[in-house]
Design a protein around this ligand. Structure first.
Ligand SMILES: Cc1cc2nc3c(=O)[nH]c(=O)nc-3n(C[C@H](O)[C@H](O)[C@H](O)COP(=O)(O)O)c2cc1C
Length: 177
């Protein structure tokens, strides 16, 4: 498969970036081709809703989304959303990237798979519900099949996911594909 991994954390040693590393290691070992796009390190202008694209056409912004990511999203078999929880949702960097899907909305409504990896500091399961529902609603809307969800509660400081078992789960998910 051609896999696109979208990361949302701006932290160098970020927990979800480490999960993305391990997912990628597993998926690569299993013979898949992974393209990673770190939204926090990329130039992605927020969508302005100008509708120039007509939801399936050229975007007015010629930035990293248009030049680097857009062609990869179109051909991807699997799209992986990897984000810290920021106020019960995706990080703004990842959300801005998701909003730019608008310009290729039509092209994305095809058979694809998706996965979701996230971490958050609190331990309440309820706190993860909004973000998980958001992910599932996007997947349902697009008609994409969810192939794995890894939710890591109780993970706060950068790098604290190490030894928690969630990196291993991310590796195993990648390897299992
Ligand atoms: C701006 C911001 C908002 C956050 N909001 C939440 C939150 O709503 N609930 C929570 O449990 N943790 C919250 N956290 C903690 C992060 O989700 C947690 O530290 C996570 O491990 C960060 O992942 P990362 O290392 O991949 O960036 C927040 C952290 C930041 C910086």
């Amino acid at each position: 498969m051609k896999i696109v991994v979208l990361t949302g954390s701006p932290r160098a040693n970020g927990n979800t970036n480490l999960m993305a590393d391990e997912f990628t290691r597993g998926a690569t070992e299993a013979g898949h081709e992974v393209f990673r796009f770190d939204t926090a390190k990329s130039d992605v202008h927020p969508c302005t809703g100008c509708n120039h694209c007509g939801m399936n056409g050229p975007c007015v912004f010629n930035d990293d989304f248009t030049v680097k990511l857009r062609p990869k999203l179109t051909e991807a078999d699997l799209i992986v959303f990897c984000s810290p929880m920021y106020y019960f949702g995706f990080s703004a960097q990842l959300k801005a990237t998701i909003d730019r899907f608008y310009a290729l909305n039509g092209a994305l409504h095809v058979k694809k798979k998706c996965a979701f990896l996230m971490a958050y500091a609190n331990t309440s399961k309820k706190d993860a519900e909004a973000m998980t529902a958001h992910y599932r609603t996007i997947a349902d809307y697009m008609g994409w099949e969810n192939v794995g969800t890894i939710i890591a509660p109780g993970i706060w400081t950068a790098g604290s996911i190490k030894g928690s078992g969630y990196e291993k789960k991310a590796y195993e998910l990648g390897k299992s594909l």
